[in-house]
Write a protein that binds this ligand. Structure first.
Ligand SMILES: Cc1cc2nc3c(=O)[nH]c(=O)nc-3n(C[C@H](O)[C@H](O)[C@H](O)COP(=O)(O)O)c2cc1C
Length: 214
């Protein structure tokens, strides 16, 4: 069991954060969560999930959102709480995930701003050479966005856009979301049941089976 830091920013796609957090908890892991100011607005808008004025979850809201597995295994931090464990390389955070990642946070991480806890945790992952997985969501991408993505990829971040495939015959939005979430978990080397795995068959049967079957 490990502890992961999940930074949630003001990009669209908070369902990805939800499914990712639930999958990590289902895997027996612990989570540190921080939501940027813009992230709090989009979280409320897209999922009807509320944080307090400083961006922290109350325990009840957290369990309502992520289920009973969140009880006692999720620590919620304000985005200005730069004294949080993940802000230090000594904290033992196994990996930092920014999902969804806005172009603003992306730019500030690429420039080393560390102006809030999400950016600082990402900066620490880079300096400590621990996994940093960024799940950017924007379209179209400007040259500046592309430069920032390339810069971060060259610095060692795993750039994993919220860009689900359709070759596994998704039927629901969650099937699409889980395709991306499964990729994040693969990038972390974690066992999971999220997303279908390609079996190499093109016709007839959709050709995909979820690991462990449905
Ligand atoms: C409903 C909504 C959806 C948004 N979607 C995106 C998006 O997909 N990608 C993006 O880069 N910014 C998006 N934004 C804009 C960011 O929230 C904005 O640039 C913000 O300053 C990012 O701040 P943060 O990086 O600190 O979270 C969206 C804003 C709103 C209100």
């Amino acid at each position: 069991m490990s502890r992961y830091f999940l930074g949630i920013t003001g990009a669209s796609g908070h369902r990805y954060a939800e499914r990712l957090a639930r999958a990590l908890l289902a895997g027996g892991h612990e989570l540190d969560l921080a939501v940027t100011d813009a992230g709090a607005k989009v979280l409320r808008h897209e999922l009807g999930v509320a944080v307090d004025a400083r961006g922290r979850f109350e325990a009840q809201e957290l369990e309502r959102w992520l289920g009973p597995a969140a009880a006692g295994r999720v620590r919620s931090f304000a985005s200005d709480q730069v004294e949080a464990p993940a802000a230090s390389g000594t904290s033992g955070t196994r990996a930092v995930l920014v999902c969804p990642c806005s172009m603003g946070t992306l730019a500030r991480v690429a420039a080393g701003f560390s102006s809030n806890l999400v950016e600082r945790a990402a900066d620490v992952a880079l300096k400590e050479r621990r996994p940093l997985v960024l799940v950017p969501r924007e379209t179209p991408l400007s040259e500046l966005h592309l430069e920032n993505l390339l810069r971060l990829a060259r610095l060692g971040a795993i750039v994993l856009p919220a860009m689900p495939g359709f070759y596994h015959a998704p039927r629901t939005i969650d099937d699409l979301v889980d395709h991306v979430v499964g990729k994040v978990l693969d990038a972390l080397g974690l066992e999971h049941r999220e997303g279908a795995r390609w079996t190499g068959e093109l016709s007839g049967d959709p050709g995909c089976e979820p690991p462990g079957g449905r």
